[in-house]
Write a protein that binds this ligand. Structure first.
Ligand SMILES: Cc1cc2nc3c(=O)[nH]c(=O)nc-3n(C[C@H](O)[C@H](O)[C@H](O)COP(=O)(O)OP(=O)(O)OC[C@H]3O[C@@H](n4cnc5c(N)ncnc54)[C@H](O)[C@@H]3O)c2cc1C
Length: 308
């Protein structure tokens, strides 16, 4: 129930204005966001790299409504790629198609994405396309497959809560794609997604095994196992051990500010560990999805309120 309310709030533009103005919420959101500027984000990545952890940099923003805003988001990403190149940090980049104009038509978005992929290729950085709500799933996958004809350094995200994901993974494994597997963070109706957590988790384990299977790896498929769920991580470690999956053929991924202890532990155990590092001023929908994943995070805001 609370999860649904928080996910509804994440899309509500009127309430967004009210909530983002609250200093208390801004401070709480800071836990999940590396800062407002690219310099702060690069500093956060340097600190991760020093612990043997790589990163994927995300400039916050989604669902832009004008071509100018999509252009500005593209320029922000170009600046981020320049900063990665100049600093020499170990980092990929993650993008959301709706930040680059997907709602304005595919042509606008595709032109912006291609500009970024050309630049990313120059500095050898992989660009992962985040997966948004089911309104975009089909079109996102179609654009991804099409971009891969020209650009090899592009990855995609698959959400285990969707019924369709098993069929999507089959196609991606045949294509030898770079796939980040997550559970899924949006509000989806039962017609598209498993309503029960147990089914989402079982689907996650099934899809992980498909991504890391000998057949998929023979096609150069790379599985990025993105979760903070210790049960999913343990299932992956066990499967990788049984199947003798080399450590450089998959990696774990987590979000900035969540389970830092586990991030360090996996990196120290010799696993590839990558952290998603978001930055920028448009943190509201991202932060609300993090609250929805773990409503207990709200107590952080409440307890701080009473402390001040
Ligand atoms: C690198 C990365 C990229 C992602 N990209 C996408 C994407 O493109 N599209 C998409 O839909 N989703 C994306 N997600 C989000 C994902 O879909 C889940 O919503 C999120 O990871 C929570 O699921 P979980 O696997 O951690 O398992 P859960 O069962 O939700 O959580 C397991 C445990 O992890 C911890 N935890 C999880 N979330 C939080 C939190 N917010 N705060 C504190 N602790 C928490 C808790 O201890 C919890 O018990 C991404 C996640 C990661 C890690």
């Amino acid at each position: 129930m609370l999860r649904s309310v928080l996910l509804w709030l994440s899309r509500n533009k009127t309430i967004r204005g009210l909530i983002t103005g609250l200093g208390l919420v801004q401070r709480a959101a800071h836990r999940f966001v590396a800062g407002e500027t690219v310099e702060e984000a690069i500093q956060a990545i340097r600190e991760l790299n020093a612990q043997g952890i790589t990163a994927t940099l995300d400039h916050l923003g989604e669902n832009v409504e004008t071509a100018e805003d999509a252009q500005r988001a593209t320029e922000d990403y170009q600046q981020a790629l320049d900063a990665i190149g100049a600093s020499g940090v170990q980092s990929h980049v993650s993008i959301k198609l709706t930040a680059l104009g997907f709602d304005l038509g595919e042509a606008v978005c595709r032109a912006n994405v291609e500009r970024l992929l050309v630049k990313a290729r120059e500095i050898g950085v992989l660009v992962t396309i985040d997966m948004e709500s089911t309104e975009y799933t089909e079109r996102t996958l179609a654009l991804f497959h099409d971009l891969r004809r020209t650009f090899k350094d592009v990855g995609i995200v698959i959400q285990s809560y969707l019924y369709r994901s098993e069929a999507d993974i089959v196609t991606l494994c045949q294509a030898g794609a770079h796939v980040r597997l997550c559970k899924g963070a949006y509000q989806e109706p039962p017609v598209h997604a498993f309503p029960k957590k147990a089914d989402v988790d079982a689907s996650y384990v099934r899809l992980m095994k498909m991504l890391l299977s000998p057949g998929a790896r023979a096609n150069q498929t790379f599985g990025a196992i993105a979760t903070h769920d210790i049960k999913m991580i343990e299932a992956t470690r066990q499967y990788a051990q049984q199947q003798l999956v080399p450590r450089d053929e998959f990696e774990f991924q987590m979000l900035h500010g969540i389970r830092r202890d586990l991030q360090k532990e996996l990196a120290a155990d010799g696993y590839g560990m990558r952290v998603y590092v978001p930055y920028g001023t448009e943190w509201y929908p991202y932060y609300m999805r993090r609250l929805a994943e773990r409503p207990a995070n709200i107590w952080f805001i409440v307890s701080n309120f009473f402390r001040h």
